[in-house]
Design a protein around this ligand. Structure first.
Ligand code: GLU
Length: 299
């Protein structure tokens, strides 16, 4: 079977350099193998996303030379499909309703990991009395280690029962959460490699668990370093001066790709280069593993 990669942008604003970087590496990884690229708009959050932003994202990807071979339905149009997978989990007896409020979940009594995320203690697992309001739904996780053999980050291990706890797959307002949607979408699209920012590494074990329950093979993972601003912050959509709307006015796509490729260790100097040219010599071994600080970039 040929390699299948994916872009999974959230159309809530212009791409920033971090998105461009992750998208570039995803494209290089799959195209260097002669594989296929799938585009999917992650617009579960209909309040923050729009079809206008989706169209701008497509134009930005094309400007960069990051082409795709097919686009699958945006997540906002897939609720009925997600229902089927939700029902499958329910029929396996793996779901339960959760009525915990936000403040209960964030209370000082709840166990927290060092990075501030909480481990759900299973409060609602055996609830006798159910409050009169719509619940979120959680999936029961097994006491088992999940190992991600990541192309970039090496071995990453998590035991979902101690590191995460039973996690929400559908919110109380009926909206499916990212973990379920992404697993279904990647699985149905036949994605064989998931390349994205390092900030999503800890989502991989939850997705591997759902892949197993849904009967999808595990893809390969590559979680690429984050781009940091000069003061050491992760770039985000708030960094307007580094979004593509501004960058497109100031440089060619080849200049931008050359800067990113040099910062990432793929080429020696920041010389203008196209994604297509880079794909001929791409290898995961060359790619830097640590976060990349933008102060090293020369404009
Ligand atoms: N939609 C997510 C983002 O824009 C990416 C999710 C993924 O790649 O799994 O950050």
């Amino acid at each position: 079977m040929g390699a299948v990669g994916r872009f999974a942008p959230t159309p809530s604003g212009r791409m920033h350099l971090g998105n461009v970087f992750a998208g570039l590496i995803a494209w290089l990884s799959v195209k260097s193998k002669g594989g296929e690229m799938v585009l999917r708009m992650e617009d579960l959050d209909t309040q923050r996303t729009s079809s206008e932003f989706a169209e701008i994202l497509r134009q930005d990807l094309l400007w960069l030379g990051l082409t795709w071979d097919r686009e699958t339905l945006p997540q906002s149009q897939r609720a009925q499909t997600y229902d089927q997978y939700f029902d499958l989990l329910k029929s396996k007896g793996l779901l339960y309703p959760c009525y915990c409020t936000r403040s209960q979940l964030h209370s000082v009594n709840a166990p927290h990991l060092s990075d501030g995320t909480y481990v759900y203690p299973g409060t609602c697992r055996n609830l006798k009395e159910k409050p009169d309001r719509l619940p979120a739904w959680r999936v029961i996780v097994p006491d088992r280690r999940w190992q991600v053999s990541d192309w970039c980050q090496g071995e990453y291990t998590e035991n979902l029962s101690t590191d995460c706890g039973d996690f929400v797959v559908r919110r109380a307002d009926g909206v499916y959460v990212y973990q379920l949607a992404v697993t279904v979408d990647d699985g149905e699209a036949g994605v064989t490699e998931v390349v994205r920012g390092m900030d999503l590494l800890s989502s991989a074990p939850r997705q591997m668990y759902l892949q197993e329950l849904f009967g999808f093979p595990h893809p390969q993972y590559g979680h690429v370093p984050m781009l940091l601003s000069e003061d050491g912050r992760r770039l985000s959509k708030r960094d307007k001066d580094l979004d593509l709307g501004v960058l497109r006015q100031n440089m060619t796509p080849e200049t931008l790709i050359g800067i990113l490729a040099a910062a990432a260790g793929l080429i020696d100097k920041p010389e203008a280069v196209s994604a297509r040219e880079l794909s001929r010599e791409f290898s995961w071994e060359k790619l830097k593993k640590e976060d990349i600080c933008l102060s090293h970039l020369t404009y």
